[in-house]
Design a protein around this ligand. Structure first.
Ligand SMILES: [Zn+2]
Length: 387
C-alpha cells in the first residue's frame, strides 16, 4: 500500500519543505517532495495533517523510565508500555539508561535490556518508541559529583569491569557516562571508544585539562551539562569550560526549567550551537504519573509537582521530550525547527546513528511525528504504523 502524507511543512530537520508530500510504502519512506513537484497517482492514499508540521521522531539518549516503569527493573514484557507512553510524547527511539547499582544487578538488567533491543517489533502493536541501545550512567562516576547514584555502587574504572558490562549487554552499550579524573578512566575511555561507544564525560569534578585529555582519549560528548559537574569559574573553568568551548564534542542538557535556569540554557545553546546541542530528558519512572514515591534503579525517589528528589538532591526528571523542545523555543530565540534538530539529528549524530535515525529521508524507516503550531504532538508514526 502506498500512502502520501502531507501537512503545512516538514522539517528534515536540516531543511524545511513547505506543503510536503512524504511517500511511504511498506513502512519505509520512498520519496519526499513538495506538492507542486509531484503528482499523486490513484493508487496512493493521501493523509493530510492540515496546518501541522511533520518532523523526525525524537531520539532520547538518556532516559531511565516513565509511565511507572524503571528500565533496570522492568520485565521485557512491560517495556512496550513505556514505548507507547514515549511515542505519545513524540519519541520513536531511546537509549535505556542505567544508574549505578551492584554489578551483578546491573549485569542482569543489561541482559534483559539486550533481549528487549534484539526483540523484533511486532507488526500489530500500537506505535511504540523502541529501545535502540543502552546508556551506562555509572558505575564509573565521581564520588564528589555522584548526584543520587549510591556511593557504595561507584567503582574505579577498569577495562575488565567495562568488558564484563559490555558482554552482559551483548555489545548493546551504545553510550557511557564516565568521570575522566578517576584513576583508570582514560584507559576505559579509549577502550570504549574503540568499541564505538559514545563516551560522554559527566558526573565529574574534572579540571579543564583532564576533560580535554578525555576528548583526546576518545570522549566525544558530555552528559547533562551543568548538573553533577564541577561548577564553572571564570578563572578556573573546569570541565564545563571544556564542554562549552570545544567544538569537537557535542553535549546534552535537561531543559525542564528546574535542572538548569532558562538563562543558562540560552548560554548553553549559544555555545554548543545548532549542530552540537542535544536535548535529553533524564526521565525516571514517575514521568507521566501522579505525585508519590517511585524507583530510579535501586534509589527511592519522591516526586512532587514536577520535581524528583532523593534526600534533597535532584534524582532524574519527569520531563518529556516534546516539552523539552517547547521549552527551548521559550527559553531562547531558537525556532521550533532548531529545537527539533536538538532532539533528532543532533543526538543521532552524537551517538553515531545518524545513518539510520534522526532525519526524514528517502530509504529510511517511516518513523516521524506530527506537531501542531504550539509544538504539541498530534501523532507519532513508527515504521509506517499509527497513521
Ligand atoms: Zn540519568
Amino acid at each position: 500500500m502506498k500512502t502520501a502524507f502531507t501537512a503545512a511543512r516538514l522539517f528534515t530537520p536540516t531543511e524545511e519543505i513547505s506543503h510536503p508530500l512524504l511517500f511511504v510504502e511498506d513502512g519505509r519512506i520512498t520519496r519526499i517532495s513538495s506538492r507542486s513537484e509531484s503528482e499523486l497517482t490513484s493508487d496512493t492514499s493521501v493523509v493530510d495533517f492540515g496546518d501541522a508540521t511533520v518532523a523526525p521522531g525524537f531520539l532520547d539518549i538518556h532516559i531511565h523510565g516513565g509511565a511507572g516503569l524503571d528500565v533496570m527493573r522492568a520485565e521485557i514484557s512491560e517495556l512496550p508500555r513505556l514505548g507507547t507512553f514515549l511515542a505519545s510524547h513524540g519519541v520513536t527511539g531511546y537509549f535505556a539508561t542505567t544508574v549505578a547499582a551492584p554489578l551483578d544487578k546491573t549485569c542482569a538488567a543489561l541482559e534483559r535490556l539486550a533481549d528487549a533491543i534484539e526483540k523484533p517489533a511486532s507488526g500489530d502493536d500500537a506505535p511504540q518508541a523502541r529501545p535502540l541501545g543502552i546508556h551506562l550512567e555509572g558505575p564509573f562516576l565521581s564520588h564528589k559529583r555522584r548526584g543520587v547514584h549510591p556511593p557504595e555502587c561507584l567503582v574505579e574504572p577498569t577495562v575488565t569491569i567495562f568488558d564484563r558490562l559490555w558482554q552482559a549487554a551483548r555489545g548493546h552499550v551504545t553510550m557511557m557516562t564516565i568521570a575522566p579524573e578517576i584513576p583508570g578512566a582514560m584507559e576505559v575511555i579509549a577502550q570504549a571508544a574503540r568499541r564505538k561507544v559514545c563516551v560522554s564525560i559527566g558526573h565529574s569534578d574534572a579540571e579543564l585539562p583532564i576533560a580535554r585529555d578525555a576528548v583526546h582519549a576518545g570522549a566525544r560528548h558530555a552528559t547533562h551539562t551543568f548538573n553533577a559537574m564541577r561548577p564553572l569559574d571564570h578563572r578556573n573553568p573546569g570541565i564545563i569550560g571544556e564542554v562549552l568551548s570545544d567544538d569537537r564534542i557535542s553535549a546534552d542538557i535537561i531543559v525542564d526549567g528546574i535542572h538548569v535556569a532558562p538563562e543558562v540554557v540560552k548560554v548553553f545553546l549559544e555555545s554548543k550551537g545548532y549542530e552540537r546541542a542535544v536535548l535529553i530528558t533524564d526521565a525516571m519512572s514517575a514521568t507521566g504519573m501522579p505525585n508519590g514515591k517511585y524507583q530510579l534503579g535501586p534509589i527511592e525517589v519522591d516526586v512532587k509537582d514536577g520535581k524528583a528528589t532523593h534526600d534533597g538532591s535532584l534524582a532524574g526528571s519527569v520531563l518529556t521530550m516534546d516539552r523539552a523542545v517547547r521549552n527551548v523555543t521559550q527559553f531562547s530565540d531558537w525556532s521550533l525547527r532548531d529545537a527539533v534538530r536538538a532532539a533528532t539529528l543532533n543526538p543521532a549524530r552524537a551517538v553515531g546513528l545518524s545513518d539510520k535515525f534522526g532525519t526524514i529521508a528517502a530509504g529510511r524507516e517511516a518513523s516521524f511525528i506530527v506537531l501542531n503550531s504550539r509544538g504539541e504532538v498530534m501523532k507519532t508514526i513508527v515504521g509506517g504504523r499509527g497513521a
